[in-house]
Design a protein around this ligand. Structure first.
Ligand code: GLV
Length: 329
């Protein structure tokens, strides 16, 4: 029997990353890529000291209690609302995520979704594919202007800032933002973004993009009351997390044209999608792919692997979420 430590990769990842991990560990994989139930995850983690997770696997007190030998949980995502971080820290387990490597790619996608939504890209494509295009018309699929409009950003971390730069520098947009804490003056100037309160953001944005982390505090940050404060011509884009938008309220608002359109990459209870969102035309829907380029997804998987390797072989970390556990245990 090998004396090398054993780890689990909870979902299927790139073979080159598996090979890299196999240089150090006994590696259990999930090549079938079926999401594991909490019970299956706990079972597969028996005897393992590390795990690479995705947003589909929840790491909480119950899992940690069932897997007391676990030392490191590395999320292949920048968001980590699938982690109960206080419980992980209390268990003395190191947690990591994958910041930075996905910032620009995710900002690109946020902009793609914004433009597709404002310019009615998928709605018009469905029309064409359905054979309904039999004449051109001046107002056919006329959408909202992007260049020179007001871009509102809710959540101004790394990705929000990268979106601000695209809007200001690439599309001459007037960029306003709201965040729990205001950026310093130099960063605001570099992003050409102006801090406003949330009410002003909702009222003034022609395009409102959500880039804030999910938490109890941000649950339904955009619901019926907030949508009611937006312009009837506005578009709403969510590339952050499901649950930040009240999807049922959004479907009603879109149907009643209280805002012009929405673009969603994330959903409450995904991969389930609220059925009412599927029947409104003025929406662009994508399956949580904002960071999905081959290069970026590989970089994310490598970074998660590097966290596990650094911690289990040298007691070091690369992008820890709870560095206070280092040196414990
Ligand atoms: C994707 O949603 C991520 O958090 O990386």
């Amino acid at each position: 029997m090998s004396s090398r430590p054993a780890i689990l990769i909870a979902r299927n990842i790139f073979p080159e990353v598996v090979d890299k991990l196999r240089q150090h560990f006994e590696v259990d994989t999930n090549e079938a890529d079926a999401p594991l139930t909490p019970a299956q995850l706990a079972e597969r983690l028996q005897g393992k000291v590390g795990v690479l997770t995705t947003g589909s696997e929840r790491v909480d007190a119950a899992l940690l209690a069932a897997c007391p030998q676990l030392k490191v949980v590395a999320n292949i995502a920048v968001g980590y609302n699938n982690f109960d971080l206080p419980a992980i820290t209390a268990a003395g387990v190191l947690a990591s995520n994958t910041p930075d490597v996905l910032t620009e790619t995710t900002a690109d996608f946020g902009f793609a979704l914004l433009m597709a939504t404002a310019r009615r890209l998928t709605e018009s494509e469905h029309f064409l594919r359905a054979g309904q295009w039999n004449r051109w018309a001046l107002d056919m699929f006329a959408g909202a202007e992007v260049n020179g409009s007001t871009l509102g950003i809710l959540g101004m971390g790394r990705i929000g800032q990268a979106i601000a730069r695209r809007g200001a520098l690439g599309f001459n947009m007037n960029v306003i933002y709201h965040n729990r804490s205001r950026l310093n003056a130099a960063t605001e100037a570099e992003c050409k973004a102006r801090y406003v309160d949330k009410a002003e953001l909702l009222k003034s944005a022609d395009h409102l993009i959500l880039v804030l982390p999910y938490s109890a505090e941000s649950h339904h940050a955009i619901g019926a009351a907030e949508i009611a404060q937006m312009k009837p011509t506005a578009t709403l884009i969510n590339i952050a997390r499901g649950g930040i938008v009240d999807d049922a309220a959004l479907a009603v608002a879109l149907r009643e044209k209280r805002i012009a359109a929405a673009g969603l990459d994330v959903f409450e209870g995904e991969p389930q999608v609220h059925p009412d969102l599927l029947t409104v035309p003025n929406i662009v829907l994508t399956p949580h792919i904002a960071s999905a380029t081959i290069a970026t997804r590989k970089a994310m998987a490598h970074l998660a692997a590097d966290n596990v390797i650094a911690f289990l072989t040298e007691g070091k970390t690369v992008t820890p979420l709870n560095p206070e556990v280092i040196g414990q245990g």
